[in-house]
Design a protein around this ligand. Structure first.
Ligand SMILES: *[C@@H]1O[C@H](CO)[C@@H](O)[C@H](O)[C@H]1NC(C)=O
Ligand SMILES: *[C@@H]1O[C@H](CO)[C@@H](O)[C@H](O)[C@H]1NC(C)=O
Ligand SMILES: *[C@@H]1O[C@H](CO)[C@@H](O)[C@H](O)[C@H]1NC(C)=O
Length: 507
């Protein structure tokens, strides 16, 4: 059951090899990887190695059909080093659309807070991601059991399992943590199971499902304008001009030259390949904005320096070529795969050995629950208008046999079920960054009445999930202050819980 840091190192290396798929997805994985590597360096130099236990729980495959006896193995990690037995609190890190790692209970802001409060640290992997999946799990007929509702039920069962294994009682106060999709799960877990989890931190959590997420690209445009992070009007104009120029070249029949300029593995002949190319180019800018200053590839400031560089007689098109080249030089890819046919083929592959398998599972969740399609049909979108809702949602029927017409109803259900961006759950803290396009689908404005505690923290100049990392010397002051505020809130919840217990005892 005990595993070691060495295994994590190997895992990190493996992630490099499974790097495949759309550029934005790859950037996301690299961010994760880089954060882990930084955490690892910090851990190895500052502390003795802490023993992390890995375990598995056999979960019902379908919590809502009691006639179905099938199960799947769900992975979790435990770090007991800080735990003040027997009554110390429990900090649960909720896994999202990818594997969990030991570092999820070894590093990060929630771990720093666990050390402060003597908390037992847990991380639970999301069903159908990482190792928490049956051999035939990715077959389309089995994906019926992949949903956020099932994932929340997994958390409830896991709660009970841990309480039994560690002899916990109502005196052990649970707090949940998560970022991005798992941030939404953290908020929803508290909303649906308030008797199990006393408070929840939801970082950059898109709690509102939305079919046409055109606001994403528009928010990226606004960040390119934002002078506090190195943006400018010139920068946005140059990006807009460059994408218009690439689109014009493609329309004028110069696909061969475009493919050469941007080092595509194929010449984009079909419309679907051209869309794939435009999407991959937009991803470089989107990924940079979403993870600004998190230490991966470029920052908004650097993108804008390249895109507004007039030192040579060149056009925005040439600067975008340069930008793509800089991105490629950091990614070990010799050429950019823009074959839509291959994308669809990979998404249809149900093998657990495929690098893109998390992408298949997540695409299924976008088709059935969340939407989140980053379209560019609005006039204000700085990228290519070729990326439409129609083209982005074609994967749903092609890969899963889910009709495009059914999507609005599915998304409406998600919002009806959870409350969208206007949920009424006390003791959930929504933390968002002003540079992060996902803030559009989170709770950023307090709708609390007088006397209730404020539910939101808005960090005006940081990107996606920045608050989840431990403090770094390079962090902006706003970010440090936000972490202090989160810390204060979590301490406050634990105090309230302790008081509630005292009162119970006295009555
Ligand atoms: C749990 O509590 C029971 C009864 O108090 C005790 O016998 C058992 O050893 C405890 N188990 C653990 C893991 O602490
Ligand atoms: C601007 O372009 C020139 C010529 O290509 C190059 O030497 C210089 O480094 C560029 N500056 C930036 C900030 O990219
Ligand atoms: C699916 O992916 C696996 C692993 O990459 C590969 O071996 C297999 O050939 C693929 N199957 C199909 C039908 O493409």
């Amino acid at each position: 059951m005990v595993s070691s840091l060495t295994r994590s190192l190997i895992l990190l290396l493996l992630i490099n090899f499974v790097d495949a798929g759309r550029t934005l997805w790859k950037i996301k994985e690299r961010v994760h990887q880089l954060q882990l590597q930084k955490a690892k360096q910090l851990l190895l130099t500052h502390q003795p190695v802490q023993p992390v236990k890995e375990g598995r729980i056999h979960q019902q495959l379908d919590h809502f059909n009691r006639q179905d006896p099938r199960t799947f193995p769900q992975r979790f990690f435990v770090n007991e080093v800080f735990w003040r037995r027997p009554d110390g609190p429990v900090f649960l890190f909720i896994g999202g659309e990818g594997p969990i790692l030991e570092f999820d209970v070894l590093a990060g802001h929630h771990v720093d807070m666990a050390a402060e409060h003597g908390a037992l640290l847990l991380a639970l992997e999301h069903r159908f991601y990482g190792n928490s999946i049956n051999q035939d799990g990715l077959k389309t007929e089995n994906l019926v059991h992949l949903s956020s509702q099932q994932a929340l039920a997994d958390l409830a069962v896991f709660h009970k399992f841990i309480c039994q294994s560690f002899n916990l009682s109502h005196r052990n106060t649970w707090i949940s943590f998560g970022g991005s999709y798992s941030g939404a799960l953290s908020a929803w877990f508290r909303g649906k199971f308030p008797h199990l989890v006393f408070g929840a931190v939801a970082s950059s959590a898109p709690v509102k499902a939305l079919l046409d997420f055109s606001a994403y690209s528009n928010a990226v445009g606004l960040s390119l304008l934002n002078e506090a992070v190195g943006g400018s009007e010139k920068c946005l104009a140059a990006v807009r001009g460059a994408f218009a120029a690439v689109e014009a070249e493609l329309t004028a029949g110069n696909a061969k030259q475009v493919a050469k300029d941007f080092r595509c593995c194929q010449v984009p002949e079909d419309l679907s390949d051209k869309v794939e190319l435009m999407q991959n180019l937009a991803d470089i800018v989107m990924g940079t904005v979403q993870y600004n200053e998190e230490g991966v590839l470029m920052t908004i400031n650097e993108i804008c320096r390249v895109m507004t560089n007039h030192s040579e007689e060149n056009e925005p098109y040439d600067r975008l070529v340069k930008l793509a080249q800089i991105y490629r030089s950091t990614s070990e890819e010799s050429c950019v795969d823009i074959s839509h046919e291959k994308t669809v083929k990979d998404l249809m592959n149900t093998s657990l050995h495929l690098g893109r398998r998390a992408e298949r599972a997540w695409t299924y969740q976008t088709c059935t629950e969340f939407g989140f399609y980053q379209t560019c049909e609005d006039a204000s979108c700085p990228f290519s208008g070729m990326v439409t809702l129609q083209t982005l949602t074609e994967v749903c029927p092609k890969v899963f046999g889910i009709s495009q017409h059914s999507l609005p109803g599915r998304i409406a259900f998600t919002n009806a079920y959870y409350g969208g961006d206007n949920p009424a759950t006390p003791r959930v803290l929504y933390v968002n960054g002003g540079v992060d396009p996902w803030r559009e689908l989170s709770v950023v404005q307090d709708r609390t009445e007088g006397g209730e505690e404020v539910q939101t923290i808005f960090i005006k100049d940081t990107a996606h999930c920045a608050d989840m990392m431990s403090n770094r010397v390079t962090d902006r002051r706003s970010l440090r202050e936000a972490r202090e505020e989160i810390q204060k809130r979590v301490s406050g919840w634990l105090k309230t819980a302790a008081q509630d217990q005292m009162e119970e005892k006295n009555t």
